[in-house]
Ligand binder design. Structure first.
Ligand SMILES: Cc1ncc(COP(=O)(O)O)c(C=O)c1O
Length: 389
């Protein structure tokens, strides 16, 4: 039976062999600086622009609308700070709207602007993690500059009704950004169909290298650079481009899009079997966001009476890598802000686990994971002061 089971693809993914192969020449013979005029530079420049075109095509965008960055966090920061700096009014802030379940890479920059005097509205979500277009409509004001709502949530996988949300924003002068870091390469995305202005992605979530990402910026949407330097990336992100990583990102995206339909079917069937198995074999389990459209490969469950961390450690001792929905901050165990916003009570939120399947998973691993989880839950519940045996 499998000794090592990796079911944490929402945290990160292994780099595909084909991606490593595509990247290798750019560490050695094709090492040029894409800004150099000589032929070394021009070869690097060609790889950079080819990669831009590949990424643009996969999103239904134009190459000039793609800015390469140092990952998802940087793309989110560039979108948020870029828009707010570009529209900065003298001595006055403005209004930002986001959702209560965003990643810290969106929440923290928004909160930073709040400290600078901007008004920040967090849209609530329902029990399935969904933002309502009518809540968004009511929150919009004349002075709303930016709306940032994620496409797919990293903890529970809920997919927002982005087209409807963008439609509401389109009636105003506000810019609409979406953090699509968890969605790109997993579900079909067309920026025009979605009607969004800015979209963040990160290569390491779809079998590309870490530390490289991109921001789609609809042509005409004004942003200021955050990282100031040379004239790279259309003057929007200073710094010599990491060609090997960018080539890797583009190749990984091309492969992910190419195998998307097949992988979606395969992974959602496995995810559903895992979910059914857990519900059948373990009592008092809540499947989070089960009533909403979800990412095909992700399952988040709350198992009553025990801590997610204890389950995670025991599962790890059996070779199974999963994650929890709780974040340990300054020694106190805070329940996940996502589950809390969804109205999951703390005692349930503390016992949450996230399984995120991917390319490396095989059908037989589901049975192994189910057997181990049943054993771990039985053991921990016997010791639990809060779970009646
Ligand atoms: C939804 C979401 N946004 C942003 C990020 C940050 O991306 P990166 O790790 O590439 O900086 C992540 C990564 O976990 C994510 O899941």
């Amino acid at each position: 039976m499998a000794e090592q089971v990796y079911m944490d693809h929402s945290a990160t993914t292994p780099v595909r062999e084909e991606v490593v192969e595509a990247m290798m020449p750019y560490f050695s013979e094709l090492f040029g600086n894409a800004s150099s005029v000589h032929h070394f530079g021009q070869k690097a420049k060609m790889a950079l622009e080819d990669s831009r075109e590949t990424v643009a095509t996969s999103l239904g965008a134009a190459p000039g609308e793609i800015i390469f960055t140092g990952g998802g966090t940087e793309s989110d920061n560039l979108a948020i700070k870029g828009v707010l700096q570009a529209q900065k009014r003298k001595n006055s802030g403005g209004h930002i709207i986001t959702s209560a379940i965003e990643h810290q890479a969106v929440l923290r920059p928004c909160q930073w602007y709040e400290k600078q005097g901007y008004d920040l509205t967090y849209l609530p979500v329902d029990g399935n993690g969904l933002v309502s277009p009518s809540d968004l409509e009511s929150a919009l004001r004349d002075e709303t500059i930016l709306v940032s709502i994620m496409l797919a949530n990293n903890e529970v996988g809920v997919l927002q009704p982005l087209r409807e949300l963008a439609g509401v924003v389109a009636k105003t002068g506000a810019v609409f950004h979406t953090d699509a870091v968890q969605a790109v390469g997993k579900i079909p995305i067309d920026v025009d169909e979605l009607g969004i202005d800015l979209l963040s992605l990160a290569a390491h979530k779809f079998y590309g290298p870490k530390g490289v990402g991109a921001l789609y910026r609809r042509s005409g949407v004004r942003i200021e650079p955050v990282q100031l330097g040379g004239h790279h990336e259309n003057r929007l992100r200073g710094g010599t481009e990491d060609i090997a990583s960018i080539v890797g990102l583009a190749r990984a995206l091309e492969l992910a899009v190419g195998s998307m339909e097949e992988e979606r079917k395969r992974l959602s069937a496995m995810r559903d079997r895992l979910e059914e198995g857990i519900l059948e074999r373990i009592g008092d389990v809540l499947v989070n966001a089960s009533g909403a459209p979800r990412l095909p490969h992700l399952l988040n469950v709350s198992i009553e009476g025990i801590e997610g961390e204890s389950m995670l450690l025991l599962m790890d001792s059996k070779g199974i890598a999963i994650s929890t929905g709780s974040a340990c901050t300054s020694g106190t165990l805070e329940p996940s802000h996502v589950l809390t916003a969804m109205g999951v009570p703390p005692e349930k939120a503390h016992g949450s686990l996230r399984f995120s399947l991917g390319l490396v998973n095989r059908e037989n691993e589901i049975d192994y994971v189910l057997d181990c989880l049943c054993e771990v839950v039985t053991k921990l519940r016997k010791m639990s002061p809060t779970y009646p045996v």
